[in-house]
Design a protein around this ligand. Sequence first.
Ligand code: NDP
Length: 234
Amino acid sequence: MARTVLVTGGNRGIGKAIALAFAAQGDKVAVTHRGTGAPEGVLGVKCDITDSDSVDAAFTQVEQELGPVEVLVANAGITADTLLLRMSEEQFTSVVDTNLAGAFRVAKRASKTMLRARWGRMIFISSVVGLTGNPGQVNYAASKAGLVGVARSITRELGTRNITANVVAPGYITTDMTENLPEDLKKKYVESIPAGRFGAVDDIAAAVTFLASDHAGYISGAVIPVDGGLGMGH
Ligand code: NDP
């Protein structure tokens, strides 16, 4: 059955792969972007997830053009890495505001129509470092760990309405976010991954489309690692 899917930050990287995977299986797919436009074949809606009015407008546009959002993938995220002692309050709050509060804003808006439909799937893109921690990422790890609490609370609140909320925790995946890491750091990361390599964006898309499928209707509040063994299941 074709579903209406919204992927935040689906204009590039992991979000784009997720959006294209849903489109390939015949779903009606929208992505948020901040001015770049959308990949071919999916609807692009302009949205800054740090602004709830912008989130509301984006959902309204999707509703008008594709119907109410049935599958929400909260993927948009940023990093602002530096060691704790040097981290400014702004570096901390901006990352938490985008990655954690941004996911809250879109989940809240999506829940409105999912409750009415008595069906919904929410998938939050976290990170292996949300559960293992990482030097230089106090802000990012806090935001990504927070998503687990968000998904599990939604599971408890909305579980009886056929709404599931799950977390996918990627390890190191080749995208713009990891492409810019220093070569020596990349080498060190690869050595620590049991699979011996970075993952691909399609590895994440496969887990996300599974969680949105009818096969996964009884999975909720789960954290699914897609990390080549790095987090050892957390
Ligand atoms: P990218 O940096 O390639 O893309 C980030 C996306 O988030 C872009 O689409 C960007 O939009 C969007 N975005 C950022 N801030 C906002 C905002 N305020 N409002 C709306 N959209 C915003 O990241 P990846 O594809 O690598 O990562 C996607 C997700 O996966 C992130 O949440 C990331 O933390 C997580 N992740 C990634 C890993 C990796 O190894 N790559 C590992 C673990 C987790 P724009 O194009 O406008 O900037």
